[in-house]
Design a binder for this molecule. Structure first.
Ligand code: ATP
Ligand code: MG
Length: 581
């Protein structure tokens, strides 16, 4: 590509709204442009990255035996009513009406449409298993679109849906997809981990997420330092520690704690460790009839509540809510800092680690007072014990091997075993070997194309800009001629090299803008992360040399003009995927 005929538009200034580095660099590099919250265009340079990612995904899906199709973005309400998600899905589902006042939505995902296709096109078990995929636009009216292309409202996902006669077949395809996701991420060149995940609103009972490891990641993932165990922190099990044995229980005593509102203040005031204190949270869960029920959850002072675990333990029909300050005051007569489990007139759910304490300190349900020497059983006779907290760095791994470490990850892919959830509701059945009508088993497998580009930058950048993993770089090689407009030999050599490298099958960017200064060209090429660059100047050529530099290495390497082509062929891999842009 000749830069003079291309749309390169870089900026020096960091945009003020770019909170993370990938957002900043994609805007500065001229890869994406925003039109409204969560709505972006991919400019030509960004589209090249997008297409390369898409091609790798498509190729690996084809290798895995999946078959491509394309489904509509606009979806009829009737299908969503059949799957019972029309009312269940929150405001993320953008609903709209056509001119005949019929209801539609913009597809945030395509389970309904694919199930409609499957029930019409697949009649017999002989047509199974089948795995169908598309690479297509989704729309989710995200409450807070942010971080550039990382969390948008309109985005592109590869989504695949598999259909099976039985669970064994579903498990087999699930494993193939698990491996395929690993291959896709490895081919792109990313450091990633797969984790056991929650199934969220998609449903089903078995699921893994794929996370690109990066400090800016929104998710915390826990993994064992000795085994292959890894899980989303939301989902990782906290094992019950051994209960402390105390031979002589201490006496229950009340102490004054004036103005103490937080665990930190309490620990400093009493000069104790957070692990000797418990905190009590008053929580509303939802009953089936819509009523709210108040319960208390007790955690050790250094632990954090896990909302998903709490929802399950409290059997809440929907999200749980923390009681407001006003409710707490009304119910206990004190404020948050002084609540405790002793004589609290609600159902008490105690986390394993808090329950294992032989004695502890807690609020006394009176303002500015705490209890010391509290013992379960004696002082709080009635309570249930459960896993209610997030795991922490250093906790034992749930598989019994090693200790947990916590890292930040960006969720780029998610695979689910849906079972018969959609096929039962939408009557997607086949005739089995005995001629019986039976709902198909389903799996679904999503990976975000745009988010992968952003995640790749989060993992690969320096102070100068993006360092693209080679397979998804918009261009592999930049040719930078010095004083192109003045020097005939520079012009000839650059043109010649450009043609040779293009003919050899490389993606080359020739910086052939008239009168552009060398410093500006180098700045741009480093910002947009082109892996290899050749600087061609009259002085070098007169010595029979050009300068080569790899984006992630700091050193210029002089190359003799006659070896340049061979050097590139030896050091730069060829990618033969169709780019279509
Ligand atoms: P998140 O937890 O980040 O909201 P999700 O769990 O809702 O994502 P899935 O339904 O599992 O997402 O979608 C599969 C993939 O689609 C995600 O792993 C991600 O790569 C991509 N994706 C989902 N939502 C967005 C979004 N708003 N913007 C860009 N990509 C997205
Ligand atoms: Mg997900």
């Amino acid at each position: 590509m000749r830069a003079s005929k291309y749309l390169l538009n870089t900026q020096r200034e960091a945009p003020s709204d770019a909170e993370i580095i990938s957002h900043n660099l994609m805007l500065r590099g001229g890869l994406i442009r925003q039109h409204a919250s969560g709505l972006y265009s991919w400019l030509p340079l960004g589209l090249r990255v997008f297409r390369k990612i898409e091609s790798i995904i498509r190729e690996e899906m084809n290798n895995a035996g999946a078959i491509e199709l394309s489904m509509p973005l606009v979806q009829p309400a009737e299908l969503w009513q059949e799957s019972q998600r029309w009312n269940k899905f929150g405001p993320e589902l953008l609903r709209l009406k056509d001119r005949q006042e019929r209801d539609f939505c913009l597809g945030p995902t395509h389970e309904e449409i694919i199930t409609d296709i499957a029930r019409n096109e697949i009649q017999s078990y002989r047509q199974l298993p089948i795995n169908l995929f598309q690479i297509q636009t989704k729309f989710r009216d995200e409450i807070r679109p942010r971080f550039g292309i990382m969390r948008t409202r309109e985005f592109c996902m590869k989504d695949a849906y598999s259909f099976h006669l039985d669970q064994t077949s579903l498990q087999q395809t699930y494993e193939v997809m698990f491996e395929t996701y690993g291959k896709i991420l490895s081919r792109i060149g990313l450091n990633f981990r797969s984790v056991i995940a929650d199934t969220g609103s998609i449903g089903g009972n078995h699921s893994h997420e794929f996370h690109v490891i990066a400090d800016s990641g929104e998710d915390a993932i826990a993994f064992s330092d000795e085994s292959g165990y890894s899980a989303n922190v939301e989902k990782a099990e906290a094992l019950a520690p051994k209960s402390e044995v105390i031979t002589k229980p201490p006496l229950l005593a009340e102490i004054k704690t004036p103005g103490i509102k937080t665990i930190e203040q309490l620990c400093e005031f009493l000069n104790i460790c957070k692990t000797r204190v418990v905190k009590t949270l008053l929580i509303y869960s939802k009953r089936e009839n819509g009523d709210k029920k108040l319960s208390a959850i007790v955690l050790r002072g250094d632990h954090q509540l896990n909302m998903l675990k709490a929802e399950k333990v409290l059997q809440s029909h929907g999200e749980i809510e923390l009681a407001t300050q006003a409710h707490i005051k009304e119910f206990t007569g004190c404020t948050t800092g002084s609540i405790g489990p002793v004589d609290l007139k609600v159902d008490l759910f105690v986390d394993y680690s808090a329950a294992a304490l032989g004695s502890f300190i807690c609020g006394a349900n009176k303002e500015d007072l705490h209890f010391t020497g509290v013992c379960w059983g004696r002082d709080c006779p009635s309570y249930k014990v459960a896993d209610l907290r997030n795991v922490m760095n250093g906790d034992p791994s749930p598989d019994g091997i090693g200790r947990l470490k916590i890292a930040r990850g960006i969720e780029v892919g998610h695979i689910f075993q849906l079972g018969k959830k959609y096929s039962s509701l939408m009557k997607a059945t086949v005739l089995d070997e005995a001629g019986q009508d039976t709902p198909m088993y389903m799996g679904c497998y999503g990976i975000g194309v745009g988010r992968l580009a952003a995640a790749a930058i989060e993992q690969n950048h320096d102070c100068k800009g993006i360092i693209w993993p080679e397979p998804i770089a918009p261009f592999q090689i930049a040719i930078i001629p010095i004083n192109l407009h003045k020097s005939q030999i520079v012009k000839e050599y650059s043109e010649n090299m450009y043609k040779k490298l293009m003919a050899a099958g490389y993606d080359v960017l020739l910086m052939d803008m008239q009168k552009m200064r060398l410093g500006n060209m180098l700045y741009d090429i480093e910002l947009i992360g082109i892996p290899h660059r050749l600087v061609i100047g009259e002085k070098g050529l007169s010595n029979g040399q050009v300068e080569y530099r790899h984006r992630s290495r700091g050193e210029n390497e002089p190359l003799a003009v006659e070896v340049v082509l061979n050097f590139i062929k030896q050091h730069v891999p060829l990618y033969s995927l169709p780019l279509n842009c």
